[in-house]
Design a protein around this ligand. Structure first.
Ligand SMILES: [Zn+2]
Length: 377
């Protein structure tokens, strides 16, 4: 495992590219962002929005998929208050929403917008969560599919061609997909559309019908073409600066979560669901890095902390079993703690963690495993 010399990203991070000097491409993002003419991008955005603004009073101007987080607040605020559009919000409900998540969603609606809250069948959702946990090592997986499929379905049925997404993760966190359009091609490359391939397995194993999975289907090419559905990332047109975004959204009532510091040291992201910590934990066991690394690396690049300080934060916060909702999680998934450890063993990259002579991972009294190296030697 090799770490970026500037930030703390490891080369195990999917799609991350390193240069000859050992610097990752996420570290080059701020430089690239500085070179962008943001005033001209903003004008481009205004042109796009004008083009798609509905000339028909019975239709919405655009769709904005929202989770309720800071980015959702920022998207809606920008599109409504700065550009004067009438969007239709689409929220895909996870099963494990916490009260703070609910509060933030209600707050977004109070910007003055219509919102569709789509609640998937909880029985099917739970089966998919369990399948995701055991077969893919990702319990939040039905949510990762649904947040993409449902907005496209609603765009088709309401005949609203433009979908406005938030930041482009490839642009902010590194990777090759820094393009301007967010469409089926992007999703197939960087999103979750390998789902179609495993669908038959899920159905047979869980005795569920194809119609039960309707929420998780992407519309057909014909339907998308008929409406002309396309998507853009707001982050390609408006400079995303986390501090400025937080300042803006807190003014309009976004709530942070002071208790969210499980797996990371910040309080502004992934606040809305119970099991998000579990998702982060599995990212850590698979790739050897988690959300503290994401956040510390952002802060290092922004010059807020040194690499050394970042490393300290990562060691302190990352890679521990998220205990806060652990019992709820085990009860909900109907597994024991020992069964949970077996699932962890199945997905952990054993090369990254301490093992005994038999190759089994060594656990401390709390069940935590230990990483071999946090930095380049
Ligand atoms: Zn880097």
């Amino acid at each position: 495992m090799k770490y970026c010399k500037k930030c703390l990203y490891p080369d195990t991070k999917p799609l991350l590219i390193f240069d000859d000097e050992g610097i990752c491409d996420a570290c080059k993002a701020p430089e690239k962002k500085e070179k962008i003419d943001w005033d001209s991008r903003r004008k481009d955005l205004a042109t796009i929005l004008e083009k798609y603004r509905s000339k028909d009073d019975t239709k919405y101007d655009c769709i904005i998929p929202v989770s309720g987080g800071k980015d959702s607040h920022f998207q809606v605020h920008t599109i409504v208050n700065e550009f004067g559009l009438k969007p239709l919000l689409v929220n895909f409900h996870p099963r494990d929403l916490i009260p703070l998540g609910r509060k933030n969603i209600e707050n977004i609606k109070n910007i003055g917008v219509d919102c569709i809250e789509f609640t998937p069948n909880p029985h099917i959702y739970k089966k998919m969560e369990k399948f995701g946990l055991i077969e893919l090592g990702d319990v939040n997986w039905p949510e990762h599919v649904g947040i993409f499929t449902v907005p496209f379905q609603i765009a088709v049925s309401y005949e609203v061609p433009l979908i406005i997404w938030g930041e482009n993760p490839q642009m902010e966190y590194g990777g090759p997909g820094g393009g301007m359009v967010m469409d089926k091609e992007w999703l197939e490359k960087y999103g979750v559309f390998w789902f179609d391939k495993i669908k038959p397995t899920i159905m047979t194993e869980n005795g569920i019908n194809i119609k039960d999975l309707k929420a998780y289907n992407y519309p057909s090419d014909e339907e998308l073409k008929r409406v002309g559905v396309t998507g853009i990332f707001l982050g390609q047109y408006i400079k995303y600066d986390i501090d400025k975004i937080l300042e803006t959204v807190e003014k309009i009532g976004f709530s942070r979560n002071p208790e969210a510091k499980e797996g990371t040291y910040t309080d502004w992201e992934n606040l809305d669901t119970k099991f998000t910590g579990m998702h982060d934990y599995f990212k850590w066991i698979k790739y050897g890095y988690g959300r503290a690394t994401d956040h510390a690396s952002l802060d290092i690049r922004a010059g807020k902390i040194t690499r050394e300080e970042g490393l300290k934060l990562v060691k302190e916060f990352e890679g521990k079993i998220p205990e806060k909702y652990m019992q709820d999680f085990l009860d909900d998934m109907e597994i024991t703690r020992e069964e949970f450890y077996k699932i962890v063993d199945k997905f952990a990259n054993k090369e990254l963690f301490k093992t005994d002579e038999k190759g089994n991972m060594i656990r401390d009294k709390n069940g935590n495993i230990e990483k071999l190296a946090y930095d380049n030697n």
